[in-house]
Design a protein around this ligand. Structure first.
Ligand SMILES: [Zn+2]
Length: 183
């Protein structure tokens, strides 16, 4: 899986979409792999940003020799979301996902941490169980669907459930690529 992640072109961003049982890594075109939530040991963010300093001509004209003391600073933002996990068959893995921007990297870290939260997982599992019960009842015996907008969305094609706020922009299912209705 790491080879696949490393092979994703620089201009494409890998997203990490949680379901109630795994994290789905997706490069906006296809699924790269899955990490079972039960196996996750640690999640962290690595800052690989680098700062380049160089005196530029315009600064030299403006500041003279002082340009060498106040070089132009360019920051190249680069982050990695590191997920340490245990594979179902045994063996520890370290998955590193390249994230170009700090805000996105922090958001991904929050999303993954929340998906690991036991209460958050229970909430999603309860929702799925409720839906199964509803679907098993004859239509006239079904309790009315909750009036409040659900934070979850289920793919009509592959039936995997996601938290709406976790989905990447584009309105497509990260598992099967089918467009969500209304997206
Ligand atoms: Zn789907």
């Amino acid at each position: 899986m790491q080879d696949l992640l490393d092979a994703v072109p620089e201009d494409r961003t890998v997203v990490c979409v949680p379901t109630h049982e795994c994290l789905i890594l997706h490069d906006d075109e296809e699924e790269i792999g899955r990490i079972p939530l039960d196996g996750v040991i640690d999640v962290s963010l690595l800052d690989e940003s680098s700062v380049h300093r160089r005196p530029t001509l315009s600064r030299f004209l403006f500041l003279g020799p002082l340009a060498f003391f106040f070089p132009k600073k360019t920051v190249h933002e680069a982050y990695r979301l590191c997920i340490q996990w245990k594979a179902p068959g045994g063996g520890y893995r370290l998955t590193r996902i390249r994230v170009p921007r700090r805000l996105l990297a922090e958001q991904m870290l929050r999303t993954v941490k929340r998906s690991l939260n036991p209460e958050s997982r229970r909430e999603m599992a309860r929702k799925i169980a409720r839906d199964r019960v509803r679907a098993a009842l004859p239509p006239q015996g079904r309790p009315p669907a909750p009036a409040v907008a659900s934070p979850f969305i289920a793919c009509g094609n592959c039936t995997v459930e996601f938290r709406k706020t976790d989905l990447p922009p584009g309105g497509r299912c990260p598992v099967c690529g089918r467009r969500f209705p209304g997206a």
